[in-house]
Ligand binder design. Structure first.
Ligand SMILES: Cc1cc2nc3c(=O)[nH]c(=O)nc-3n(C[C@H](O)[C@H](O)[C@H](O)COP(=O)(O)OP(=O)(O)OC[C@H]3O[C@@H](n4cnc5c(N)ncnc54)[C@H](O)[C@@H]3O)c2cc1C
Ligand code: FES
Ligand code: FES
Length: 469
C-alpha cells in the first residue's frame, strides 16, 4: 500500500505506483485545484509540494506532479493548493497574487501559489532572486509576468528577508495552515513498508520517462529507486567527490561544501530546467537518458568522472564516463545493472571548471549546444584538460583529441585557436530544430572560447579569438 499524507489526510492506497501523482490527486481525490496544462513538466500548472522528513525536521520542495509517479509520494507529505488554504482568509501567497493583480483567467494561479508557498517553506534565503527561481517552472499565458513578479516581491517582503523560517512563524504569519505543525510527528509515526517492486523499468525522478511514457508506466510495472539509500548521498573526501546517482540537481545546489569547491555551481545549475524539475531530476537519470545535450552529463564528462555500476548480484564495476557512451542512446549498461555513483577529482587551487549552455531561451529550455571544461594550470602552462560538448554528435561528447592537445601547452590565445581547429574536426553536428549544423559548429567554437574568457578574464577577451578565428 502506498502510504502518505495528502494535505491533512492520511492516504493508504492500493493504486498502481506508476500512475502520475497528478491523476491520483485530481481523479481519485477530486482535488481539482491542481491543474493539467502540458503534462510534460513545462508549465507548472500541476505544481505540488513534497515534504520529506530529514532528521526530525521536514523539508519541502516543489515538483510538477504530471511527471511524478504516485509511488514516489510514499512516506511523504504532499500539499496541493487546497492544502495551503486558511479557514477564513487568504494566505500570504494568495493575497500577494490578488493584491498585485497577478491573475486573470486563473488557470496558472494555483501553481504559482503553491510554488511561492514552497519558497516560504524552503531552506533558501528569502530574497527576490530565490523567489523568482521558485516560480521559474510556472508559465502564465494571460496576466503578464510583471504583476506576478510584484506578487513574488510582496511575498519576500512579508518574509522579512529571513534566512530560515520555522513552521511556527509561517503559521503565525498566514503562510500555511495550522495542521502543518502536526506533520513531522505524523510522518514519524506513519508505518511506511517497503513497496517491494523489484521488477519493471527503473524510475528515479521520472522527469525523462514520464514525458514520453506516462500512459505506459501507469499500467506496467515500475521499479521505483528514488528512495533507495544505497543510491543516495554526496561525500567529499581526500579531494574526491562521490555522488549517489539518486542525488538530484537540487541536492547539488543545496550542498554547501560542493558550492565552495565549485564556486559557480549555482549559476551553472540555474541553466538546468526549472526549480520544480531540478527538485526531481536525478543525476543517474540524466546520465542514462544519454541525451547528447544532457546538461549534467556534459558537466560530469568534463570533470573526467568515473561511474560505479551495480548488478543484480550486487557486484560492482567502474567505467570512465567518457567511455560509457557508444552511439545514439547506446551505452555500456546491461539490463540487470544500474548506476550506483559518480566519482570525480575536485578542482584545486590550480584547476578551474566552467560550464556554458546556449538555448533558445535562458531558462527551462534544453541546450542547442552546451559545453564544460576542467583545466589545470601550472607555471602558465596547461598541465591537464578535459573538455566536453553536447549537441554536436550522436552522444554527449568528451573531446579526447582536443583535451589531449591542450595538455602540456602554454595558456595562450594561439593554443586555444589551434585547439578549436581540432575541436571542429572532432564534432559532427547535424541540422535539426535546435539549429543548423553550421550554427552548432559556430556555437561549439564560441562556447570553447567562452570557457577561457570566463575562467581567465584578465588574460583573454573575445577580441583575442574572434580576429583570428
Ligand atoms: C520540463 C523539463 C525540462 C528539462 N530540462 C532539462 C535541462 O535543462 N537539462 C537537462 O539535462 N535535462 C533536462 N530535462 C530532462 C530531465 O529532467 C533530466 O534528464 C533528469 O536528470 C532525468 O532524471 P530522472 O531522475 O527524472 O530520470 P528518470 O525519468 O527517472 O529516468 C531516466 C532514465 O534513466 C534510467 N535510470 C534512472 N536512474 C537510473 C540508475 N540509477 N541506474 C540506471 N538507470 C537509471 C531510467 O530507467 C530511465 O531510462 C528536462 C525535463 C523536463 C521534463
Ligand atoms: S501539467 Fe504542465 S507541468 Fe504539469
Ligand atoms: S492567469 Fe491565465 S494563464 Fe495565468
Amino acid at each position: 500500500m502506498i502510504t502518505f499524507i495528502l494535505n491533512n489526510k492520511t492516504i493508504k492506497t492500493p493504486e498502481h505506483s506508476g500512475m502520475t501523482l497528478l491523476d491520483f490527486v485530481r481523479y481519485q481525490q477530486r482535488l481539482t485545484g491542481t491543474k493539467i496544462g502540458c503534462r510534460e513538466g513545462d508549465c507548472g500548472a500541476c505544481t505540488l509540494l513534497v515534504g520529506t522528513l530529514v532528521n526530525d525536521t521536514i523539508e519541502y520542495q516543489s515538483i510538477t506532479s504530471c511527471i511524478s509517479p504516485l509511488g514516489n509520494a510514499h512516506g511523504k507529505h504532499i500539499v496541493t493548493v487546497e492544502g495551503t488554504n486558511l479557514k477564513d482568509k487568504l494566505t500570504a501567497a494568495q493575497e500577494a497574487m490578488k493584491a498585485n493583480y497577478a491573475t486573470q483567467c486563473g488557470f496558472c494561479t494555483p501553481g504559482f501559489v503553491v510554488a511561492l508557498t514552497g519558497f516560504a517553506l524552503s531552506n533558501s534565503d528569502k530574497n527576490y532572486s530565490n523567489a523568482i527561481d521558485a516560480i521559474s517552472g510556472n508559465i502564465c499565458r494571460c496576466t503578464g509576468y510583471k504583476a506576478i513578479e510584484k506578487a513574488a516581491h510582496q511575498v519576500v517582503e512579508k518574509l522579512e528577508n529571513k534566512t530560515e523560517t520555522t513552521l511556527d512563524w509561517l503559521i503565525k504569519n498566514a503562510f500555511i495552515p495550522e495542521y502543518f505543525e502536526s506533520i513531522p510527528q505524523r510522518l514519524k509515526d506513519m508505518e511506511v513498508a517497503d513497496l517491494n517492486q523489484p521488477k519493471g523499468k527503473y524510475v528515479s525522478g521520472g522527469t525523462d520517462l514520464y514525458v514520453q511514457q506516462a500512459d505506459h508506466l501507469a499500467d506496467n510495472e515500475v521499479h521505483l529507486i528514488a528512495e533507495k539509500d544505497y543510491l543516495k548521498g554526496i561525500t567529499i573526501k581526500n579531494g574526491m567527490c562521490t555522488i549517489g546517482t539518486n542525488a538530484t540537481v537540487s541536492d547539488l545546489w543545496n550542498h554547501k561544501e560542493l558550492n565552495t569547491l565549485l564556486p559557480n555551481l549555482r549559476a551553472h545549475l540555474k541553466l538546468v530546467s526549472s526549480e520544480q524539475i531540478r527538485n526531481m531530476a536525478s543525476l543517474g537519470g540524466n546520465l542514462v537518458n544519454a541525451s547528447p545535450i544532457g546538461d549534467m552529463t556534459i558537466f560530469f564528462l568534463a570533470l573526467n568522472s568515473t561511474i560505479t555500476i551495480l548488478n543484480s548480484e550486487e557486484k560492482e564495476r567502474t567505467v570512465a564516463l567518457k567511455n560509457f557512451y557508444q552511439d545514439y542512446k547506446k551505452f555500456d549498461l546491461k539490463d540487470n545493472e544500474l548506476l550506483k555513483s559518480i566519482q570525480f577529482k575536485l578542482p584545486t587551487e590550480h584547476s578551474f571548471f566552467n560550464f556554458e549552455k546556449v538555448c533558445k531561451r535562458t531558462h527551462l529550455d534544453i541546450a542547442s549546444v552546451n559545453s564544460a571544461i576542467h583545466i589545470s594550470i601550472e607555471n602558465d602552462s596547461i598541465s591537464e584538460a578535459h573538455v566536453s560538448i553536447g549537441g554536436v554528435a550522436a552522444i554527449p561528447k568528451y573531446l579526447h583529441e582536443t583535451s589531449a592537445f591542450l595538455a602540456g601547452k602554454p595558456l595562450t590565445s594561439e593554443t586555444i585557436l589551434e585547439a578549436n581547429e581540432i575541436l571542429q574536426k572532432e564534432i559532427t553536428p547535424i541540422s535539426d530544430v535546435r539549429g543548423t549544423s553550421d550554427y552548432k559548429r559556430l556555437l561549439g567554437r564560441q562556447l570553447f572560447f567562452a570557457h577561457f574568457i570566463a575562467l581567465f578574464p584578465k588574460q583573454f577577451t573575445l577580441n583575442d579569438f574572434i580576429q583570428h578565428a
